[in-house]
Design a binder for this molecule. Structure first.
Ligand code: KIV
Length: 279
């Protein structure tokens, strides 16, 4: 049972915010079937803008529009019964104009029924996060490696190797926490930095490629189940090979169609006899 059972109606901040308990479990969900599968196992699901690459085959996450995020967000929020649902604000929808950020975040909340939004950005985004939180919209931050700033798979590189990079990311964590984010995703940073951020930041730190030192973890479901295999980051552990299993199933189906083994009688409607109809 997730520690965040939504039925408790506690604010998101109280469900995912407190540190020091059991590690928080997060996974992405882009569709209702996935949301239903993972709901009883996770504390929160993220309708991540990674869906641009995973579902739509784009090269990066920079060309996704708000309406697409809202459509996927609504499907997931309607399917999730227990876990918290967080929807990513897509690139261009919040980082340049605060009024636009507020109205777009409100749209995401109203039109999806989700519990919170996520925004990528460091200290420069703190004012927008604070204004969004002040409007009553829970915000999850996202610092370290920020995929919306990456144009190709080659640019997905770990962060925090130099003293100046460490200082900047620590400063980002402090600013986003101070702005009122209830939790912060920290992506692709070296372990010692992840540990320092987790120890110094008063809100929950959710790691992805940020070591076991964090307060919780998130992975992309299609990565950890082997459905998305265009590339695999070092931090991804494959818990299943569903992509391969799908190929085996599809090959068997194709063979059976070509040899007329499928559809067999058990998958075929027969004319009902009068006797059968009466029953
Ligand atoms: O879009 C996404 O899936 C994310 C996770 C990688 C944290 O932001």
């Amino acid at each position: 049972m997730p520690r965040t059972a939504k039925k408790s109606h506690l604010p998101v901040k109280e469900l995912l915010g407190p540190k020091g308990g059991m590690p928080i479990v997060g996974l992405t969900a882009y569709t209702a079937p996935t949301a239903r599968r993972i709901d009883s196992h996770v504390d929160f699901m993220l309708v991540g803008d990674s869906l641009a690459m995973v579902i739509y085959g784009m090269e990066n996450t920079r060309n996704l529009d708000l309406d697409t995020m809202i459509r996927h967000g609504r499907a997931v929020a309607q399917a999730a019964e227990q876990s918290i649902v967080v929807v990513d604000m897509p690139f261009g929808a919040y980082e340049h104009n605060r009024d636009k950020a507020l109205s777009n975040a409100q749209r995401v909340m109203d039109e999806t029924g989700c519990d919170a939004v996520k925004m990528e950005g460091g200290a420069e985004l703190a004012g927008t996060v604070a204004a969004t939180v002040a409007k009553g919209i829970p915000v999850m931050g996202h610092i370290g490696l920020m995929p919306q700033r990456v144009r190709s798979a080659k640019q997905f590189k770990s962060k925090g190797h130099s003293p100046s990079a460490r200082r900047r990311i620590l400063n980002d964590a402090a600013a986003i926490a101070e702005a009122g984010a209830f939790a912060i995703v920290v992506e692709g940073v070296v372990e010692t930095l992840a540990r320092e951020i987790t120890e110094q930041t008063p809100v929950s730190i959710i790691g992805i490629g940020a070591s076991v030192a964090c307060d919780g973890q998130i992975l992309v479901t299609e990565d950890m189940t082997g459905i998305f295999d265009s590339f695999k980051a070092k931090f991804v552990k494959r818990y299943a090979e569903l992509g391969q299993a799908m190929e085996v199933a599809v090959a068997e189906y194709a063979e059976e169609v070509r040899t007329r083994q499928f559809p067999s009688p058990e998958h075929t409607y027969k004319t009902r006899t009068k006797k059968a109809v009466q029953k």
